[in-house]
Design a binder for this molecule. Structure first.
Ligand code: MG
Length: 384
């Protein structure tokens, strides 16, 4: 019988966190919750603490950590230090990183340095610091990253451990978001409500806006580049509104392998936790005759400039993707607060990329500095 694995869940109160808790509950004999961390949601964390009284707790927001400590009567770790303490705890075997944004980067790196298995949903980790993460993985061979992002987990399943030298291209599917069929001239009228209305996936707010702008797909292209060690020219985006085919690999012999399933994040989460094993999961099965038709389109780079910007930043390397990512995070946040328009997101990012000097030969310090400068430049764009 496989031994019980102790899971540290980062981003426990979010959409990935809730799905991961359900997966853990479906496999209680296999997984146990070692610890849970979130940004500031004390209510959800108190519920988790009730259900898993032995789980250690951390909140990124220090005031919320104090509040949770009062509610639960348990010690609650706080801030980035708290998160890093959880992932480096010797009693934890597997880290699920479901944090949103660049805050997820340092915990991933720390977990790798401590030889942990990391089921990675936080794509910003690889977008910002892909090169550094890869170097850390080489130095710590006991550690391993398995992708949770549905497209990357799909490719991971299609490759099934083969090297990418046999691969001609990876094809990342995109639902196309709510504006796929909108004419370009209507994009200036897009409201927050329109953008939050995702046709297929139910996700956190930040990623829903990224899906609407297709920046999510752009970040996923960069993520795929680092995860699978493949050039940007070999990574294609294909729009597939039904979100049943989660991505594909085209091999050099002409075979194309795809992974299909219900759009349900519990499937890639479980796969990332147990790879190469497959365990039972109670989810809806797809019926092809019921679906009848799957459609595919080329992406529109002109209507969705974020996608083009991400390819460019990825190809340029160095700190460019970290700048793109940080600027996007700040601008999306401003759009969520209705301070800027939807098309200000790509315009603002472009402005930040122009302003901030390129840096090659990156280390974590340079990455964090680029992240800081990009945030400053994005805030300047918003207030002007
Ligand atoms: Mg995805």
């Amino acid at each position: 019988m496989p031994k019980l694995e102790f899971v540290c869940l980062l981003g426990a109160s979010g959409s990935i966190g809730c799905s991961a808790l359900d997966v853990i509950n479906q496999h209680k004999g296999r997984f146990s919750l070692h610890s849970a961390a979130a940004h500031s949601n004390t209510q959800k964390m108190a519920e988790i603490s009730k259900e898993y009284p032995n789980a250690k707790l951390a909140l990124f927001d220090k005031n919320s950590a104090l509040e949770l400590q009062k509610i639960t009567g348990k010690k609650v770790l706080a801030g980035m230090d708290g998160l890093l303490e959880l992932v480096s705890d010797s009693a934890c075997d597997l880290v699920i990183n479901g944090l949103t944004g660049s805050v997820g980067c340092e915990p991933t790196l720390k977990a790798i340095e401590h030889g942990k298995k990391v089921a990675l949903a936080n794509k910003e980790t690889l977008v910002m610091a892909g090169k550094i993460i890869k170097e850390a993985l080489q130095k710590n061979p006991a550690s391993q990253i398995t992708p949770v992002d549905s497209e990357h987990n799909a490719i991971f399943q299609c490759l099934a451990g083969r090297g990418t030298f046999e691969v001609e291209s990876l094809q990342i599917t995109a639902s196309g978001g709510p504006f796929r069929e909108w004419p370009a001239e209507k994009f200036s009228e897009i409201t927050l409500k329109d953008a939050l209305n995702h046709p297929v996936w139910s996700m956190g707010k930040k990623i829903t806006i990224d899906s609407a702008s297709m920046m999510n797909k752009g970040l996923e292209v960069i993520e795929a580049h680092f995860l699978f060690d493949i050039s940007y020219d070999q990574i294609k985006v294909v729009v597939h509104p039904q979100s049943i085919v989660h991505s594909l690999a085209q091999f050099r012999d002409g075979s194309m392998i795809a992974q299909l399933g219900t759009p349900d994040m519990r499937i890639p989460i479980l796969n990332a936790m147990t790879f190469p094993e497959r365990l039972y999961l109670d989810t809806k099965r797809i019926s092809l005759p019921e679906i009848q038709k799957l459609t595919f389109f080329e992406p529109d780079f002109e209507k969705f400039p974020c996608l083009a910007l991400a390819y460019e930043a990825g190809k340029a390397g160095g700190t460019r993707a970290a700048v793109l990512n940080a600027a996007n995070e700040v601008l999306v946040n401003a759009f969520l607060q209705e301070k800027i328009s939807f098309m200000d997101i790509p315009r603002g990012i472009e402005c930040c990329l122009e302003k901030i000097e390129e840096q090659s030969d990156v280390d974590l310090e340079k990455i964090l500095l680029a992240d800081f400068l990009a945030r400053k430049a994005a805030n300047f764009y918003i207030s002007n």
